[in-house]
Ligand binder design. Structure first.
Ligand code: MLT
Length: 405
């Protein structure tokens, strides 16, 4: 008789965004007359930019002719895309990353969940608290997190780095030494970020203790302040301790189109000298058959002059929404942060309400759906996340409604 991977049975509840989506659906079904505004999951609302659509059309036409048709994509991704990534995301910042260190994928979510596979099960992970749930859940599924304490919401074998108002929502170096450190800046869910000198401290620490940093830079395009690093490889020594995850979802609207990439430097080696780049290449080759050609062509178009200008305008559009939310909530007396280098606004729930109580309250009173902070970890309790990825009109209306609650 077969047995299941019982690590899955340890997972408490369902995936955060599935729970939020279910509650949203149930409310809409019960109140068909209400116009519900969704500012919960970080899903874009602006259509793909014209330069990207143009490139998609051309690539689709290529697929219709025998001479230009493409079958399986190369394991690591097409060179035209990997070269565009190197030129635009790294060389332009005088950062040393080469095309054979880039692995094109169907998005940063999958990579952030899969990357743990190349590490030993007895490695200890450190995560920010609150945190993007995929990092923890994927390690639970692998059996790396120990047991779950329902009371505290903590896993016994995970090192938590609380990100609170008192530390500016920036993690401090952990007391216990981890093997794998997950960092995400600009941060999901708090919208906070750290300066380059602070990230350098993390890189120095990881090199000192022999840890690897999984650096999720999915929201890099939203950085507006100087001295905030756009890639961890801006820090000296990052090539020997860091893997970087990047996404086309947030900077170019590919949430439904799916494209991302992971950088695994060739200098990154485990204590016994095993290089991670060939391991990830082996994993990629065995378990992944490449992002679709047409999508990779669309990704290349993000780096064209028109693509850059058009996606920049979209980011400005969302960041204007972020400002509307931030300032509107501040006016209404909320304690808010984020929204300056990230499309997420992190607010304190009023009157010490729990995050889920505030979720229900907001849905009932303002018909606005957000994401409860406690869904991202115990230190998110009493907080709530709103996304700037809605339309401008809906964002303005949502904030007006919240002000009137
Ligand atoms: C979020 O809302 O946190 C993100 O959209 C989820 C994701 O990118 O997978």
């Amino acid at each position: 008789m077969f047995k299941v991977n019982d690590n899955y049975l340890k997972l408490p509840g369902s995936y955060l965004f599935s729970t939020v989506a279910r509650k949203d659906r149930e409310f809409r079904a019960a109140h068909p007359d209400k116009k519900v505004i969704k500012l919960s999951i970080g899903d874009v609302t602006q259509p793909l930019a014209p330069a990207i659509i143009d490139s998609l059309h051309k690539a689709v036409d290529e697929m219709s002719k025998a001479e230009t048709f493409k079958g399986y994509a190369p394991d690591l991704g097409y060179e035209f895309l990997r070269n565009a990534i190197v030129e635009n995301d790294y060389k332009s910042r005088e950062v040393d990353v080469s095309a054979d260190e880039i692995f094109v994928s169907d998005g940063a979510k999958s990579d952030s969940a899969n990357i743990q596979e190349i590490f030993a099960l007895d490695n200890k992970i450190a995560v920010c608290d609150p945190v993007y749930p995929v990092y923890v859940d994927s390690n639970v599924m692998a059996g790396r997190t120990g047991t779950y304490d329902k009371e505290t919401g903590l896993w016994s074998d995970v090192i938590y780095m609380p990100c609170l108002e008192a530390n500016g929502f920036a993690p401090e170096l952990p007391k216990e030494t981890p093997d794998i450190i997950y960092l995400c800046f600009p941060n999901n869910p708090t919208g906070a970020t750290i300066k380059k000198s602070m990230l350098q401290d993390w890189v120095d620490y990881a090199n000192r203790v022999g840890a690897v940093i999984i650096y999720d830079a999915a929201y890099e395009a939203y950085i507006s302040e100087a001295d905030v690093p756009h890639t961890i490889y801006e820090c000296e020594g990052a090539r020997t301790c860091a893997i970087e995850l990047k996404s086309f979802s947030k900077n170019a609207g590919f949430t439904g189109t799916r494209l991302g990439y992971t950088v695994v430097p060739k200098d990154l080696k485990a204590a016994d000298g095993t290089a991670l780049n060939p391991l990830w290449a082996r994993r990629h080759g065995t378990k992944f058959n490449g992002a679709p050609y047409i999508v990779q062509r669309a990704g290349e178009a993000v780096y064209s002059d028109a693509g850059k200008a058009e996606t920049k305008a979209q980011i400005a559009y969302y960041m204007n929404n972020a400002k509307v939310i931030y300032e509107g909530l501040k006016d209404a007396g909320y304690s808010v942060s984020g929204g300056v280098n990230a499309p997420y606004i992190w607010l304190k729930t009023p009157d010490h309400m729990s995050s889920w109580d505030f979720f229900d309250y907001l849905l009932e009173k303002a018909n606005v759906v957000g994401t409860p902070g406690s869904g991202f970890g115990p230190s998110g309790e009493g907080y709530f996340r709103l996304t700037a990825f809605g339309t401008y009109e809906n964002t303005v209306e949502a904030i007006d409604r919240i002000k009137k609650m």
